[in-house]
Design a protein around this ligand. Structure first.
Ligand code: PMP
Length: 377
Protein backbone atom coordinates (compact mmCIF):
# COMPACT_ATOMS: atom_id res chain seq x y z
CA UNK A 1 0.00 0.00 0.00
CA UNK A 2 1.15 3.54 -0.76
CA UNK A 3 -0.80 6.05 1.29
CA UNK A 4 -0.78 9.50 -0.29
CA UNK A 5 -3.82 10.94 1.46
CA UNK A 6 -2.23 12.40 4.60
CA UNK A 7 -4.26 15.60 4.30
CA UNK A 8 -7.47 13.61 4.73
CA UNK A 9 -6.12 12.05 7.89
CA UNK A 10 -2.84 10.76 9.27
CA UNK A 11 -2.01 7.40 10.82
CA UNK A 12 -1.72 7.72 14.57
CA UNK A 13 1.79 8.00 15.98
CA UNK A 14 2.30 4.95 18.23
CA UNK A 15 3.72 7.06 21.06
CA UNK A 16 0.54 9.12 20.96
CA UNK A 17 -1.58 5.98 21.00
CA UNK A 18 0.35 4.64 23.98
CA UNK A 19 -0.19 7.85 25.89
CA UNK A 20 -3.92 7.70 25.09
CA UNK A 21 -4.12 4.11 26.29
CA UNK A 22 -2.18 4.79 29.48
CA UNK A 23 -4.27 7.81 30.45
CA UNK A 24 -7.54 6.06 29.59
CA UNK A 25 -6.53 3.13 31.83
CA UNK A 26 -4.84 4.94 34.70
CA UNK A 27 -6.94 8.08 35.07
CA UNK A 28 -10.51 7.01 35.51
CA UNK A 29 -11.71 10.12 37.37
CA UNK A 30 -13.75 12.90 35.83
CA UNK A 31 -11.53 16.02 35.92
CA UNK A 32 -14.48 17.86 37.45
CA UNK A 33 -15.05 15.42 40.33
CA UNK A 34 -14.07 16.80 43.70
CA UNK A 35 -12.36 13.64 45.03
CA UNK A 36 -8.72 12.62 44.57
CA UNK A 37 -9.30 10.66 41.35
CA UNK A 38 -10.96 13.77 39.93
CA UNK A 39 -8.21 16.11 41.02
CA UNK A 40 -5.52 13.76 39.64
CA UNK A 41 -7.28 13.88 36.27
CA UNK A 42 -7.75 17.63 36.55
CA UNK A 43 -4.05 18.19 37.21
CA UNK A 44 -3.00 15.98 34.31
CA UNK A 45 -5.44 17.78 32.01
CA UNK A 46 -4.07 21.15 33.04
CA UNK A 47 -0.49 20.03 32.50
CA UNK A 48 -1.34 18.81 28.99
CA UNK A 49 -3.16 22.06 28.18
CA UNK A 50 -0.29 24.14 29.54
CA UNK A 51 2.15 22.22 27.35
CA UNK A 52 -0.01 22.83 24.32
CA UNK A 53 -0.43 26.51 25.15
CA UNK A 54 3.32 26.96 25.54
CA UNK A 55 3.96 25.21 22.19
CA UNK A 56 1.56 27.68 20.58
CA UNK A 57 2.80 30.63 22.63
CA UNK A 58 -0.69 31.38 24.01
CA UNK A 59 -2.36 31.17 27.42
CA UNK A 60 -3.88 27.91 28.58
CA UNK A 61 -7.29 29.52 29.19
CA UNK A 62 -7.31 30.42 25.49
CA UNK A 63 -7.66 26.80 24.33
CA UNK A 64 -11.09 25.19 23.99
CA UNK A 65 -11.18 21.45 23.23
CA UNK A 66 -13.76 20.21 20.77
CA UNK A 67 -14.51 17.01 18.84
CA UNK A 68 -12.45 18.16 15.85
CA UNK A 69 -11.82 21.13 13.59
CA UNK A 70 -15.37 20.99 12.21
CA UNK A 71 -16.72 21.74 15.66
CA UNK A 72 -13.98 24.30 16.31
CA UNK A 73 -14.89 26.14 13.09
CA UNK A 74 -18.60 26.00 13.92
CA UNK A 75 -17.96 27.26 17.44
CA UNK A 76 -15.76 30.10 16.25
CA UNK A 77 -18.05 31.34 13.50
CA UNK A 78 -21.49 30.77 15.03
CA UNK A 79 -20.16 31.66 18.48
CA UNK A 80 -18.98 35.09 17.28
CA UNK A 81 -21.99 35.71 15.07
CA UNK A 82 -24.54 34.87 17.78
CA UNK A 83 -22.65 36.83 20.44
CA UNK A 84 -21.96 39.97 18.46
CA UNK A 85 -24.91 40.14 16.03
CA UNK A 86 -26.11 43.33 17.69
CA UNK A 87 -22.99 45.01 16.20
CA UNK A 88 -23.81 43.83 12.68
CA UNK A 89 -24.45 40.79 10.52
CA UNK A 90 -21.79 41.02 7.86
CA UNK A 91 -19.09 38.35 7.40
CA UNK A 92 -16.18 38.18 4.95
CA UNK A 93 -14.65 34.90 3.82
CA UNK A 94 -13.05 33.25 0.78
CA UNK A 95 -14.06 30.73 -1.86
CA UNK A 96 -11.21 28.50 -0.69
CA UNK A 97 -12.71 27.37 2.59
CA UNK A 98 -13.23 23.82 3.79
CA UNK A 99 -16.88 22.72 3.97
CA UNK A 100 -16.82 23.09 7.77
CA UNK A 101 -16.52 26.83 7.17
CA UNK A 102 -18.34 27.30 3.87
CA UNK A 103 -21.39 25.30 5.03
CA UNK A 104 -21.59 27.39 8.21
CA UNK A 105 -21.56 30.50 6.02
CA UNK A 106 -24.36 29.03 3.94
CA UNK A 107 -26.32 28.24 7.13
CA UNK A 108 -25.85 31.77 8.47
CA UNK A 109 -26.76 33.38 5.15
CA UNK A 110 -30.17 31.70 5.51
CA UNK A 111 -30.51 33.26 8.95
CA UNK A 112 -30.07 36.93 8.15
CA UNK A 113 -26.28 37.20 7.89
CA UNK A 114 -24.69 38.63 4.76
CA UNK A 115 -21.58 36.94 3.40
CA UNK A 116 -19.02 38.67 1.15
CA UNK A 117 -16.27 36.81 -0.67
CA UNK A 118 -12.90 38.45 -0.96
CA UNK A 119 -11.21 38.42 -4.37
CA UNK A 120 -8.19 36.23 -4.94
CA UNK A 121 -5.13 37.43 -6.80
CA UNK A 122 -4.05 35.40 -9.86
CA UNK A 123 -1.71 33.41 -7.62
CA UNK A 124 -4.60 32.38 -5.32
CA UNK A 125 -3.62 34.63 -2.41
CA UNK A 126 -6.23 36.83 -0.78
CA UNK A 127 -6.34 40.33 -2.25
CA UNK A 128 -5.78 42.31 0.96
CA UNK A 129 -6.72 45.65 -0.63
CA UNK A 130 -10.04 44.18 -1.73
CA UNK A 131 -10.52 42.68 1.73
CA UNK A 132 -10.09 46.11 3.31
CA UNK A 133 -12.53 47.64 0.83
CA UNK A 134 -15.19 45.07 1.80
CA UNK A 135 -15.09 45.98 5.49
CA UNK A 136 -18.17 47.89 6.63
CA UNK A 137 -19.50 49.24 9.89
CA UNK A 138 -21.54 46.09 10.39
CA UNK A 139 -18.72 43.59 9.60
CA UNK A 140 -18.18 41.38 12.64
CA UNK A 141 -16.09 38.51 11.29
CA UNK A 142 -13.43 37.68 8.72
CA UNK A 143 -12.75 33.94 8.29
CA UNK A 144 -9.88 32.72 6.11
CA UNK A 145 -8.19 29.32 5.98
CA UNK A 146 -4.47 29.31 6.66
CA UNK A 147 -3.75 26.46 4.24
CA UNK A 148 -6.36 25.38 1.71
CA UNK A 149 -7.01 21.66 2.03
CA UNK A 150 -7.26 20.86 -1.68
CA UNK A 151 -4.34 22.60 -3.32
CA UNK A 152 -2.36 23.73 -0.25
CA UNK A 153 -2.26 27.51 -0.80
CA UNK A 154 -0.78 29.20 2.25
CA UNK A 155 -2.45 32.53 2.99
CA UNK A 156 -0.42 35.34 4.60
CA UNK A 157 -2.53 35.27 7.77
CA UNK A 158 -0.08 37.40 9.72
CA UNK A 159 -0.16 40.18 7.18
CA UNK A 160 -3.96 39.91 6.98
CA UNK A 161 -4.24 39.88 10.79
CA UNK A 162 -2.11 43.03 11.01
CA UNK A 163 -4.21 44.77 8.37
CA UNK A 164 -7.38 43.87 10.30
CA UNK A 165 -6.08 45.11 13.67
CA UNK A 166 -7.31 48.64 13.16
CA UNK A 167 -10.90 47.49 12.67
CA UNK A 168 -11.72 47.05 16.34
CA UNK A 169 -15.30 45.86 15.80
CA UNK A 170 -14.47 42.71 13.85
CA UNK A 171 -12.84 39.39 14.70
CA UNK A 172 -10.41 37.37 12.61
CA UNK A 173 -10.88 33.60 12.53
CA UNK A 174 -8.43 31.29 10.78
CA UNK A 175 -8.96 27.63 9.98
CA UNK A 176 -5.48 26.26 10.60
CA UNK A 177 -6.29 22.57 10.28
CA UNK A 178 -3.92 21.97 7.35
CA UNK A 179 -1.17 24.24 8.68
CA UNK A 180 -0.45 23.09 12.23
CA UNK A 181 2.40 20.60 12.38
CA UNK A 182 3.52 21.52 8.85
CA UNK A 183 4.67 25.13 9.12
CA UNK A 184 5.37 27.43 12.09
CA UNK A 185 2.22 29.12 13.33
CA UNK A 186 2.22 32.58 14.92
CA UNK A 187 -1.08 33.45 16.59
CA UNK A 188 -0.17 37.02 17.62
CA UNK A 189 -2.48 38.70 15.12
CA UNK A 190 -5.21 36.07 15.08
CA UNK A 191 -8.34 36.16 17.25
CA UNK A 192 -9.53 32.59 16.73
CA UNK A 193 -7.69 29.60 15.24
CA UNK A 194 -9.03 26.05 14.68
CA UNK A 195 -7.06 22.83 14.31
CA UNK A 196 -7.43 19.10 14.69
CA UNK A 197 -5.53 16.17 16.20
CA UNK A 198 -6.01 13.62 13.43
CA UNK A 199 -4.14 15.76 10.88
CA UNK A 200 -1.00 15.70 13.04
CA UNK A 201 -0.68 11.97 13.76
CA UNK A 202 -3.00 12.21 16.75
CA UNK A 203 -6.30 10.46 17.34
CA UNK A 204 -9.56 11.23 15.62
CA UNK A 205 -12.26 12.84 17.76
CA UNK A 206 -10.47 15.83 19.26
CA UNK A 207 -9.80 19.32 18.00
CA UNK A 208 -9.07 22.70 19.45
CA UNK A 209 -10.12 26.29 19.10
CA UNK A 210 -7.71 28.99 20.20
CA UNK A 211 -9.63 32.10 21.23
CA UNK A 212 -7.96 35.26 22.54
CA UNK A 213 -8.92 35.60 26.22
CA UNK A 214 -10.64 38.97 25.82
CA UNK A 215 -13.14 37.66 23.25
CA UNK A 216 -16.51 36.26 24.27
CA UNK A 217 -18.39 33.52 22.39
CA UNK A 218 -21.87 32.08 22.44
CA UNK A 219 -21.40 28.36 23.20
CA UNK A 220 -22.91 25.77 20.87
CA UNK A 221 -23.24 23.17 23.61
CA UNK A 222 -24.79 24.00 26.96
CA UNK A 223 -24.51 21.79 30.02
CA UNK A 224 -22.37 21.12 33.05
CA UNK A 225 -18.93 22.32 34.04
CA UNK A 226 -16.24 21.30 31.61
CA UNK A 227 -12.74 22.10 30.38
CA UNK A 228 -14.04 25.45 29.10
CA UNK A 229 -17.18 27.51 29.74
CA UNK A 230 -17.56 27.66 25.96
CA UNK A 231 -18.04 23.93 25.49
CA UNK A 232 -19.98 21.71 27.90
CA UNK A 233 -19.42 17.96 28.33
CA UNK A 234 -17.05 15.80 30.37
CA UNK A 235 -13.54 16.58 29.13
CA UNK A 236 -11.99 13.71 27.23
CA UNK A 237 -8.80 13.55 29.24
CA UNK A 238 -7.02 10.82 27.27
CA UNK A 239 -7.78 12.57 23.97
CA UNK A 240 -6.59 15.94 25.28
CA UNK A 241 -3.34 14.49 26.69
CA UNK A 242 -2.62 12.52 23.53
CA UNK A 243 -3.42 15.59 21.38
CA UNK A 244 -0.89 17.62 23.35
CA UNK A 245 1.70 14.92 22.75
CA UNK A 246 0.84 14.77 19.04
CA UNK A 247 1.31 18.52 18.78
CA UNK A 248 4.69 18.39 20.53
CA UNK A 249 5.91 15.58 18.26
CA UNK A 250 4.56 17.21 15.11
CA UNK A 251 6.56 20.36 15.82
CA UNK A 252 9.84 18.49 16.26
CA UNK A 253 12.29 18.80 13.33
CA UNK A 254 9.77 20.84 11.37
CA UNK A 255 12.37 22.17 8.90
CA UNK A 256 13.86 18.75 8.23
CA UNK A 257 10.45 17.19 7.61
CA UNK A 258 9.48 20.10 5.36
CA UNK A 259 12.63 19.72 3.25
CA UNK A 260 12.09 15.97 2.85
CA UNK A 261 8.52 16.53 1.69
CA UNK A 262 9.57 19.36 -0.62
CA UNK A 263 12.08 17.04 -2.31
CA UNK A 264 9.38 14.42 -2.91
CA UNK A 265 6.97 17.05 -4.16
CA UNK A 266 9.58 18.34 -6.65
CA UNK A 267 10.17 14.81 -7.87
CA UNK A 268 6.47 14.20 -8.58
CA UNK A 269 5.97 17.68 -10.02
CA UNK A 270 8.89 17.30 -12.46
CA UNK A 271 7.72 13.91 -13.66
CA UNK A 272 4.01 14.72 -13.97
CA UNK A 273 4.55 18.00 -15.80
CA UNK A 274 5.85 15.92 -18.75
CA UNK A 275 2.38 14.49 -19.44
CA UNK A 276 0.32 16.26 -22.08
CA UNK A 277 -3.05 16.08 -20.30
CA UNK A 278 -1.87 16.72 -16.76
CA UNK A 279 -2.34 20.17 -15.29
CA UNK A 280 -0.68 21.00 -12.00
CA UNK A 281 -3.11 22.94 -9.80
CA UNK A 282 -0.82 23.60 -6.83
CA UNK A 283 1.41 26.63 -7.43
CA UNK A 284 4.51 28.03 -5.73
CA UNK A 285 2.42 29.45 -2.86
CA UNK A 286 1.31 25.97 -1.87
CA UNK A 287 2.68 23.77 0.86
CA UNK A 288 4.75 20.88 -0.53
CA UNK A 289 2.60 18.51 1.54
CA UNK A 290 -0.19 18.85 -1.03
CA UNK A 291 0.13 18.43 -4.77
CA UNK A 292 -3.10 18.81 -6.68
CA UNK A 293 -3.28 17.83 -10.35
CA UNK A 294 -5.94 17.33 -13.00
CA UNK A 295 -5.95 14.65 -15.66
CA UNK A 296 -8.08 16.77 -17.93
CA UNK A 297 -10.82 14.73 -19.55
CA UNK A 298 -10.75 12.00 -16.91
CA UNK A 299 -13.10 12.24 -13.97
CA UNK A 300 -11.34 12.51 -10.57
CA UNK A 301 -12.91 9.38 -9.17
CA UNK A 302 -12.07 7.29 -12.23
CA UNK A 303 -8.40 8.11 -11.92
CA UNK A 304 -8.42 7.78 -8.15
CA UNK A 305 -9.88 4.26 -8.39
CA UNK A 306 -7.46 3.34 -11.19
CA UNK A 307 -4.57 4.14 -8.84
CA UNK A 308 -6.31 2.31 -6.04
CA UNK A 309 -6.02 -0.94 -8.04
CA UNK A 310 -2.27 -0.63 -7.42
CA UNK A 311 -2.77 -0.04 -3.71
CA UNK A 312 -2.19 3.71 -4.10
CA UNK A 313 -4.48 5.98 -2.10
CA UNK A 314 -5.01 9.59 -3.19
CA UNK A 315 -8.07 11.85 -2.92
CA UNK A 316 -10.55 13.21 -5.38
CA UNK A 317 -10.96 16.75 -4.00
CA UNK A 318 -11.11 16.37 -0.21
CA UNK A 319 -12.52 13.51 1.81
CA UNK A 320 -15.19 15.88 3.15
CA UNK A 321 -16.49 17.13 -0.20
CA UNK A 322 -16.93 13.94 -2.20
CA UNK A 323 -20.57 14.51 -3.16
CA UNK A 324 -20.16 18.14 -4.09
CA UNK A 325 -19.56 18.02 -7.88
CA UNK A 326 -16.74 20.06 -9.47
CA UNK A 327 -14.12 21.21 -7.01
CA UNK A 328 -15.06 24.66 -5.71
CA UNK A 329 -11.42 25.40 -4.96
CA UNK A 330 -10.29 24.65 -8.52
CA UNK A 331 -13.23 26.66 -9.88
CA UNK A 332 -12.29 29.61 -7.64
CA UNK A 333 -8.67 29.44 -8.77
CA UNK A 334 -8.93 28.53 -12.45
CA UNK A 335 -12.61 28.92 -13.39
CA UNK A 336 -12.25 25.78 -15.50
CA UNK A 337 -14.91 23.11 -15.08
CA UNK A 338 -12.97 20.40 -16.93
CA UNK A 339 -10.06 20.90 -14.60
CA UNK A 340 -12.38 21.06 -11.59
CA UNK A 341 -14.04 17.69 -12.25
CA UNK A 342 -10.75 15.92 -12.80
CA UNK A 343 -8.69 17.14 -9.86
CA UNK A 344 -6.75 14.72 -7.70
CA UNK A 345 -5.02 15.53 -4.44
CA UNK A 346 -1.76 13.77 -3.65
CA UNK A 347 -0.76 14.50 -0.06
CA UNK A 348 2.60 13.69 1.43
CA UNK A 349 4.14 13.13 4.83
CA UNK A 350 7.62 12.97 6.36
CA UNK A 351 6.83 9.22 6.49
CA UNK A 352 6.59 9.04 2.68
CA UNK A 353 9.69 7.54 1.07
CA UNK A 354 11.34 8.13 -2.29
CA UNK A 355 10.77 4.44 -3.13
CA UNK A 356 7.04 4.93 -2.60
CA UNK A 357 7.06 7.94 -4.90
CA UNK A 358 9.00 6.08 -7.60
CA UNK A 359 6.50 3.24 -7.46
CA UNK A 360 3.63 5.72 -7.51
CA UNK A 361 5.11 7.33 -10.64
CA UNK A 362 5.39 3.95 -12.40
CA UNK A 363 1.77 3.07 -11.64
CA UNK A 364 0.70 6.58 -12.59
CA UNK A 365 2.28 6.09 -16.00
CA UNK A 366 0.50 2.76 -16.54
CA UNK A 367 -2.91 4.22 -15.65
CA UNK A 368 -2.31 7.45 -17.57
CA UNK A 369 -1.63 5.44 -20.74
CA UNK A 370 -4.58 3.09 -20.15
CA UNK A 371 -6.99 5.99 -19.65
CA UNK A 372 -5.62 8.01 -22.54
CA UNK A 373 -7.38 5.50 -24.79
CA UNK A 374 -10.66 6.76 -23.28
CA UNK A 375 -9.69 10.32 -24.20
CA UNK A 376 -9.21 9.35 -27.81
CA UNK A 377 -12.69 7.78 -28.12
N1 PMP B 1 -10.65 22.41 7.95
C1 PMP B 1 -9.79 21.90 7.06
C2 PMP B 1 -8.94 22.83 6.24
C3 PMP B 1 -9.69 20.51 6.90
O1 PMP B 1 -8.83 20.02 6.01
C4 PMP B 1 -10.51 19.65 7.68
C5 PMP B 1 -10.44 18.15 7.56
N2 PMP B 1 -10.53 17.67 6.26
C6 PMP B 1 -11.40 20.25 8.59
C7 PMP B 1 -11.43 21.62 8.70
C8 PMP B 1 -12.28 19.40 9.45
O2 PMP B 1 -11.54 18.75 10.44
P1 PMP B 1 -12.12 17.58 11.33
O3 PMP B 1 -12.05 16.34 10.49
O4 PMP B 1 -11.21 17.52 12.52
O5 PMP B 1 -13.50 17.93 11.72
Amino acid sequence: MIYLDYSATTPVNLEVLTSFEKVAKDYIGNPNSLHKLGSDSYELMNRAIEQMASLLNVKSNELIFTSGATEANNLAIKGICYKYQNRGKHIITTKLEHSSVSEVMHYLSNRGFEISYVNLLDNGLVDIEHLKSLIRDDTILVSICHVNSEVGIVQPINEIGKALKKYSKLFFHVDGTQAVGKIPVDLTNIDLYSFSSHKIYGLKGVGCLFKQASIDLEPLLHGGKSQSIYRAGTPSLALIVSFSKALRLSLENLDEKYEHIKKLNDLIRNELSKYEHIKINSNEHCLPHILNISYVGINSETFMHALEQHGIYVSSQTACSKLDGPSKTIMALYNDKKRAISSIRISLSHLTTEEEINLFLKCFDVEYEALSAVLGE
